[in-house]
Ligand binder design. Structure first.
Ligand code: SF4
Length: 194
């Protein structure tokens, strides 16, 4: 026997209830069904994901379809009604998640503004990673404290702080804290606690 998911059941119930109501009002249900088939997400691939913005971790469904040229078009992102976390709802920020992929204002390459410069220049990821690594080393060398005022050995880096993103997985958070504590950082914070 075919199984019906909770979402399918709700859809069928809603369609059934709608059919009774509109038939009584004299609407053409065959035409309504045809219109429903033309939904832009009809037949689209449904992928489940999680909103990247905050620690609530609302579930999303992304609808995609292959273009003729082989690329993938993102048609829609909406809250997942089967999620026990958000039950289909999204806050205004999560509801705009589609803009992360589709906005024409999205910055797709790293930008760098040199000290004293007024303009941003597009640079490579290698350039940025080298720059960050160099700044971390310079700051650590400059601010590393081996002993406190009482002469106790502390070996800590007072000059760098780190704030983790709420979309970190457990593994990413674990990895970041291990790497940063190995450099002597003591000011570690997490967006979800702020
Ligand atoms: S939809 Fe809003 S509340 Fe949910 S995870 Fe995203 S930002 Fe947080």
């Amino acid at each position: 026997m075919a199984t019906v998911s909770r979402r399918d059941f709700l859809k069928l119930t809603a369609i059934g209830a709608g059919a009774i109501g509109v038939s009584e009002l004299g609407f053409d249900m065959a035409h309504a069904y045809e219109v429903r088939q033309q939904l832009r997400i009809a037949g689209a691939t449904e992928s489940h994901s999680i909103c990247p913005y905050c620690a609530v971790g609302c579930s999303l469904i992304a609808y995609t379809r292959k273009n003729a040229d082989g690329s993938t078009a993102l048609l829609q992102i909406e809250g997942d009604p089967d999620s026990p976390v958000n039950e289909g709802r999204l806050c205004p920020k999560g509801a705009t998640a589609m803009e992360l992929a589709n906005s024409n204002r999205r910055v797709e390459q790293p930008k760098y503004r040199a000290p004293g410069a007024s303009d941003w220049q597009t640079v490579s990821w290698d350039f940025v990673l080298d720059k960050v690594a160099q700044h971390i080393k310079d700051s650590r060398d400059r601010t590393f404290v081996t002993k406190d005022h009482d002469g106790k050995v502390v070996n800590r880096c007072d000059g760098i702080a780190f704030a983790g993103g709420a979309a970190f997985s457990n593994e990413e958070g674990y990895f970041a804290s291990k790497v940063l504590r190995s450099l002597g950082l003591v000011y570690l914070e997490q967006q979800a606690r702020v």
